[in-house]
Design a protein around this ligand. Structure first.
Ligand code: PMP
Length: 321
């Protein structure tokens, strides 16, 4: 779909995956005016195709648009377009357990202009690709490392938006973590370097003494759709859950006194990712003997069960095509 100033969004079409013509001076290349989403279509055990809370993705896309001064999209239109796109060929959605069709909606600023101002023209595109299971041979707890030198987002910045710049600023931390043998970075807040924010592509949860705690949405954390869904599942199962500020020191202390029971990340790609080791400064905290915990396993089973149709979706999250 194209956006032209004065005309709005127009000319929606479905085409083959192909290169798109862009001027070298297209604004997105220079000033990073871009937003995106990530969601999945799943095939149930009965062969039905379903989308998981796609309305939340388009609502979040519009929130990101607002922050990046990109014109809003019509959320209902986008959802209808997505349904049509996925419905072209149900075989695009793979069958095997844990696999899915990954869907990437995105908007880029296309005006050819080197002045720094919001673009007058945009493209809204949805691309899709079958994706394999995140876990090969069972769920493997990941090792993550607290980043000390760099921050991903600051108060008042773009941390809450799903925009390319946040991921660019996170690359350096990711490189450092990988060099040390860690899968992902755990980001602290950009002001005091004290409060936990999120992991590269997941929100983070800590189970301390029976209560599940996740950082509150403070404007610099992405409002993960999996995060929101898992909070609802926890509440429905009467597991105490808190959204609040949590400092890295509280987590280290809990680990020292034996009350840090589980750590896990949530995300569309990662589903529920148990964390087996957390590195902070020179210390390596081993969580639950490096194994998946009870609550993490319950959330994983519930979420994947709803997505593959083996557990009834009492939350009304799935849309069947
Ligand atoms: N935080 C960041 C920075 C992410 O990129 C993602 C993945 N979209 C998440 C959290 C998890 O969000 P969701 O559950 O909506 O996939």
């Amino acid at each position: 779909v194209e956006y032209t100033e004065g005309k709005g969004w127009h000319d929606a079409k479905i085409t083959q995956y192909q290169p798109i013509p862009m001027y070298p001076s297209s604004m997105v290349f220079h000033y990073g005016q871009s937003v995106f989403e990530g969601l999945k279509a799943y095939k149930t055990v009965d062969g039905e195709v379903l989308l998981f809370r796609p309305d939340r993705n388009f609502a979040r896309l519009n929130k990101s648009n607002e922050r990046l001064v990109i014109p809003a999209i019509d959320e209902e239109f986008a959802l209808e377009a997505l349904k049509q796109l996925v419905s072209i060929d149900r075989d695009w959605v793979p069958n095997a357990l844990g696999t899915s069709l990954y869907i990437r909606p995105f908007i880029i600023a296309t005006e050819a202009n080197l002045g720094v101002h919001p673009s007058k023209n945009y493209k809204f595109i949805i691309i899709m690709s079958p994706s394999g299971s995140y876990y090969k041979g069972g769920i493997n707890p990941v090792k993550i490392m607290v980043e000390q030198q760099f921050v991903r987002a600051v108060k008042g910045g773009t941390g809450e938006a799903k925009t390319g710049g946040n991921y660019a600023s996170a690359l350096k931390g990711q490189e450092i973590a990988e060099k040390e043998g860690y899968a992902q970075t755990l980001w602290l807040d950009g002001k005091e370097n004290k409060y936990v924010e999120e992991v590269g592509s997941m929100n983070i949860f800590f189970k301390i003494n029976g209560t599940v705690i996740t950082p509150e949405l403070n404007g610099s954390i992405l409002a993960g759709i999996t995060r929101d869904s898992m909070i609802q599942v926890l509440k429905s199962k009467n597991v105490p859950v808190e959204e609040r500020r949590i400092s890295i020191n509280e987590i280290v202390e809990a680990s020292h006194n034996g009350t840090l029971e589980e750590v896990f990340g949530t995300g569309t790609a990662a589903v529920i990712s148990p964390v087996g080791e957390l590195k902070y400064l020179d210390e390596k905290l081993i969580i639950n003997d490096g194994k998946i915990g009870e609550v993490s396993q319950m959330l994983y089973d519930t979420l994947t069960g709803i997505q593959n149709g083996t557990i009834e979706d009492t939350f009304g999250w799935t849309i069947k095509l």
